[in-house]
Design a binder for this molecule. Structure first.
Ligand code: F6R
Length: 242
């Protein structure tokens, strides 16, 4: 695992965007695993700028996103599919049919999980999986628990996740209590993983995940077992590792 400490959020975002752009330049039809949340916004903005300035072509990539809230789909501006269209896909010219999410609107949760597992299998291994990091150490919505869960699954979101994500909703009561997430098997199947984390509220999670034991109580710690992981953090997120 490589750990790269940047001065601040901007530098972290620049490095993440450069890594993504480099992999797409090397393989224009690559498969990118993508994350939502605040952390990747700066990187996504840079990718959109590169595309607008003609320095990057993302039109041939295929994307698989990590997760989606149960009950939300493209008709909701709070869904992750809407988030990705707003912050990356539309501006970067990634065709809708190249992008994939768990179907948050499927009333049958077992079916939703099965279908997304099939989607992941048909798309093939991610060439690069981008990850953020939850304050509790989650990746995707693989929350702390007694075991790493391999497959796509429906999750009861941890109260700390609901609290952290309420900023995207009108109130905490509106945050869905459940979500679908890619499981650890598909995350670890990625050929390369890039995890980004910024801010002091991630410092405990960074330390626990990358300086502590591999344990399902800290889901991101499983990345220690992957052969090609780059962790890019800013000084604040790194502050408890020193
Ligand atoms: C979202 C996801 C989550 C976030 C994590 C950090 O698709 O996979 O694991 O990466 O909750 O979120 P932010 O970046 O908002 O702090």
């Amino acid at each position: 695992m490589r750990l790269l400490v940047c001065d601040n959020y901007d530098e972290m975002s620049r490095r993440a965007a450069e890594t993504l752009a480099d992999r797409v330049t090397q393989k224009p039809d690559c498969v990118l695993g993508l994350a939502t949340g605040s952390t990747p916004l700066g990187a996504y903005e840079r990718l959109v700028t590169m595309v607008r300035e003609g320095r990057l072509d993302l039109s041939r990539v295929t994307t698989v996103n990590l997760d989606e809230y149960r009950g939300l789909g493209e008709e909701s501006d709070r869904s992750y599919v809407s988030f990705m269209r707003t912050h990356l896909f539309d501006g970067a010219g990634i065709p809708k049919e190249h992008t994939h999410f768990p179907d948050g609107t499927d009333p049958d949760s077992d079916h939703a999980c099965r279908v997304y597992e099939e989607v992941l299998a048909s798309v093939g291994r991610q060439d690069l999986q981008l990850l953020g990091l939850g304050r509790n150490g989650h990746i995707g919505f693989n929350e702390p628990g007694d075991a790493f869960i391999p497959g796509v699954h429906l999750v009861d979101l941890a109260s700390s996740t609901i609290e952290a994500n309420k900023r995207f909703f009108a109130s905490e009561a509106e945050v869905p209590r459940q979500a679908y997430t890619m499981g650890m098997r598909a995350i670890l199947a990625a050929k390369e993983i890039l995890l980004i984390a910024s801010g002091v509220d991630k410092a405990d999670a960074v330390k626990a995940a990358f300086r502590g034991p591999v344990t399902p109580q800290v889901p991101a710690s499983v990345l220690q077992l992957h052969p090609d992981v780059t962790v890019v953090v800013d000084q604040e997120a790194y502050s408890k590792c020193m």
